[in-house]
Design a binder for this molecule. Structure first.
Ligand SMILES: [Zn+2]
Length: 396
């Protein structure tokens, strides 16, 4: 990152001239501040006016996601029981934080703003590294690699899996996947960080490549075909049987270490899309053992939103697969549980209200319909106004 070159060499010459770490820290901060001021319009011209505030927010966001990842991945317990080393836990948290930043449209490399100064001081004075952690120079390198290669691939994979990759030309989707395949080619990193390079980054890239290979095999299914109106979301798969794709992803998911959240998100998206593809109930059985295995994987490795999306996406199939009272009760149970995990889905309330009505639970249905309208929809729409009138007139 060229922007760091000046603060870096200023700190090194301060150290070479015998400056204390306290003095050289002052030099680092003032040179960095000056460089950022001088070059901000050139470096951040894609950002709105308040650049420095945005950078600060992004950097804090990155650190928060990193810390949240430690909690999400149960690192305290896993490091204590020696299931993984501390340095591996840091690598996992960096990876997970970057995946989340990308999935939420944030700036994935922002963690560098914290790691880079640590790296500068480690190089100038030593003593920042410990045997428990990777050297900051390697950490900085892996953050860059994950953000620029693996992270980009994961972003394309997520969009392909949830149907939001809207270009109907499959070859474009394939070229994105090819271009973003992980390649760790930084020489300085290869020289200094053999261990990280070969173990963690190598394993991570293998896991992503497995998913890329599966997606390439099923690319025609994954990219939605245009159905006339490209402005409307079309989440369904292209015609074809999605089960082999889902089984392939589930098999690869069992072998994943660093990318379990990515696999859980992809499985949740694929299963939800399979469930809404016309005719899905004829090939997709939500009472099957495989469905239970996927649900458990998503529950154990995904976020609560991934779990909620999957429950919601497949809720309707519960009844279609088993159109009996039992099937209807399963359908209701899944929708109610989905609300606990992903409560902002307006359609969930709507479907749930329909199901309550089928059971004859009039007042429960009525309050749930009203909830769907209040939570998600605008009253301005004349059709919705009419719906609201109808719900209010339900005989209970
Ligand atoms: Zn950490």
């Amino acid at each position: 990152m060229a922007v760091w070159d000046e603060p870096f060499s200023a700190t090194q010459s301060c150290a070479e001239q015998g400056g204390s770490s306290r003095d050289c820290f002052r030099v680092f901060v003032s040179v960095a501040e000056e460089v950022f001021r001088r070059r901000s319009s050139e470096l951040f011209n894609f950002l709105p006016v308040e650049n420095s505030r945005i950078l600060t927010v992004e950097a804090y966001y990155a650190v928060m996601m990193h810390e949240l990842a430690h909690y999400f991945l149960r690192h305290e317990e896993r490091v204590r029981s020696e299931e993984i080393s501390r340095s591996k836990a840091e690598f996992e948290a960096d990876t997970q934080g970057i995946f989340w930043a990308l999935a939420n449209g944030r700036t994935p490399e922002s963690l560098s703003y914290f790691i880079f100064p640590i790296m500068v001081f480690d190089l100038a004075f030593g003593g920042v590294s410990s045997s428990h952690y990777d050297a900051p120079i390697c950490r900085q390198g892996s953050i860059r690699s994950i953000s620029r290669t693996v992270g980009r691939a994961s972003d394309v994979i997520i969009h392909l899996s949830d149907g939001s990759f809207r270009n109907p030309d499959a070859s474009i989707a394939l070229s994105f996947l090819t271009e973003t395949s992980p390649q760790f080619i930084g020489d300085w990193q290869r020289e200094n960080c053999q261990n990280t390079f070969e173990n963690e980054l190598g394993a991570l890239s293998k896991e992503i490549n497995a998913l890329v290979a599966i997606f390439r095999n099923h690319i025609d299914l994954l990219v939605p075909q245009p159905n006339g109106d490209m402005t409307e979301p079309n989440w369904a798969f292209s015609p074809g049987d999605p089960l082999p794709l889902i089984s392939d992803v589930l098999d690869a998911a069992q072998k994943a270490t660093f990318t379990r959240w990515l696999y859980a998100s992809v499985l949740s998206n694929l299963v939800s899309r399979a469930a809404i593809t016309p005719g899905a109930h004829s090939y997709f059985d939500v009472n099957s053992e495989e469905y239970e295995r996927i649900l458990r994987y998503v529950y154990n490795n995904g976020t609560s939103k991934n779990h909620g999306v999957m429950l919601y996406g497949t809720a309707g199939l519960g009844y279609l697969n088993d159109p009996t009272l039992d099937g209807l009760l399963t359908h209701i149970a899944r929708l109610e549980l989905s609300l606990e995990y992903d409560h902002r889905t307006g359609n969930t309330y709507w479907w749930l209200a329909d199901a309550y009505l089928l059971l004859g639970l009039c007042s429960k249905a009525k309050s749930t319909y009203i909830r769907a309208m209040d939570d998600v929809l605008s009253d301005a729409d004349p059709i919705l106004k009419e719906y609201r009138r109808l719900y209010n007139e339900l005989p209970c």
